[in-house]
Design a protein around this ligand. Sequence first.
Ligand code: TYM
Length: 333
Amino acid sequence: MAKKIIYSAIQPSGIMTLGNFIGAVNNWRSIQENPDNQCLFALADLHTITVRQDPEQFRKNAMSFFALLMAMGIDKDKSILYFQSHVHEHSELAWLLNCYTYVGEMSRMTQFKDKSAKHSDNINMGLMDYPVLMAADILLYGTNVVPVGVDQLQHLEIARDIAVRVNNIYGDIFNVPEGMVNKVGAKIMSLQDPTAKMSKSDPTPNAVVSVLDDPAVILKKFKKAVTDSDTNIIYDPENKPGISNLLTILAVCTGKSIEDVVAECDGLRYGDLKIRVADAVIEMIRPFRAKYDALMADEAYLLEVAREGRDKAAELARPYLEKFKRAIGYVLI
Ligand code: TYM
C-alpha cells in the first residue's frame, strides 16, 4: 500500500513559539511514528524573505530552527527534514502555479492584508505570492494531509483550489490535500491579548513564549498573563479567553483532556493556575534544551542532515513537477 504523504513546514523567522510547538511541531512528532505515513517537514526559508531579514540573523535563525526541530524529535530517519530553499523545484512549481492563480484571490487573503498593513513600506510581490509558494510546497509531493494550526487553513484552501483548477484543465495532475488541525491547541493565544494569536512577530513584552526561554522567564511571562476579573476556572474561549488559553496549554503539556484539567484545577486561584501552567510548559520543553545546544555546536552535522533531506525531497518532487510540465506542453529533455 502506498504511504500517505504528510507535508508541513515552518518559517525560520524570529523565535519558535510555544504556539508553533503546540499547534504544529508536537503533532509532527507523533504523525511520523505511524509507519503508513511518509512525512516531509521543511524549513520554509523562501517564505521568510517576504519580510526583510538581516542576513546574519536570518542564517542564524534558520540553523537554530533546524536544530530545534531535530531536538524536538523530528527524526531524519523517519521523516524527510530539509530546507525549502535547497529544493529548487519549489520555486519552479510556484512560478508555474502563478499562471493558474488570480491576482484577485491573492489580494483577498487575510494574511496578505494584515502583513501589507504591518509592512506598508515593503508590500513586495512575494508577500502577495506567498500562498502560491505554499501551494507549490504542498502539491509538489502529492501530499495527502497537511497538519497545521488554524491560521494556515485559508492558505491550504487556496492550495486545494489551485490543485482542482489545474486538474480541471489537464486531468489528474495533483492530489487535493486535506488539512489536519488539532482538536486542542490549534490556536494558542497571546499571553497579553488572549483574543489574538501568539505570533512570532509580536513585539509586546511577555506576550509570546519562546521554546528557548529560560524557566525563570517562562514563569514570569505566565505570572503576567492577562486573564479576567472573575475567579472561576472554566473553559469558555468566548467569554474567558485568557483562562481558556491557559487551560488549553496545560492540557497539551500534560497530555490530558480539557475536561480533566478543568476538574483538576477547580478551586485554584488564578495565580496558582498560572504557576501550574508555567511548570507544565517548563517540564515539556526541558528535554529539548540540552539536545538543541549539542546540535548547535555541530554545524557540520546539521548541514549533513540538511543535504540528506534535500536529496530525498528532490527525488520525490521531480516526477510530480515533470508530470505537470509535460501536461502543460513543455519539451522535456
Ligand atoms: P508558521 O511558521 O507561521 O507557523 C508554523 C506552524 O505553527 C502553527 N502556528 C500555531 N499553531 C497554534 N497556535 C499558534 N499561536 C500558532 N502560531 C503558528 C502554524 O499554523 C503552522 O502550522 N506558511 C507557513 C509555513 C509553510 C507551510 C507550507 C505550512 C510554508 N509552506 C506548507 C504547511 C504546508 C507559516 O508561515 O507557518
